[in-house]
Design a protein around this ligand. Structure first.
Ligand code: ZN
Length: 60
């Protein structure tokens, strides 16, 4: 019984670590300035905001 509980804890840990990797690897389809200098204007690639120069961030 103790062993199976331990195994499930390791299994949950594995799921958590793989989902974390997937999260950091996430590709966004839309990017937007975090300051919203251009209101709702979005870009399809990460770059810098032409207004404030900040890195635009993935939103979805
Ligand atoms: Zn900006």
């Amino acid at each position: 019984m103790r062993i199976s509980i331990r195994r499930s804890i390791i299994y949950i840990g594995l799921i958590a670590s793989t989902s974390f990797v997937a999260c950091t690897d996430k590709q966004y389809s839309k990017y937007q300035c975090p300051m919203k200098c251009e209101q709702e204007k979005t870009y399809d690639k990460p770059s810098k905001c032409p207004v404030c120069g900040m890195n635009i961030k993935g939103i979805e």
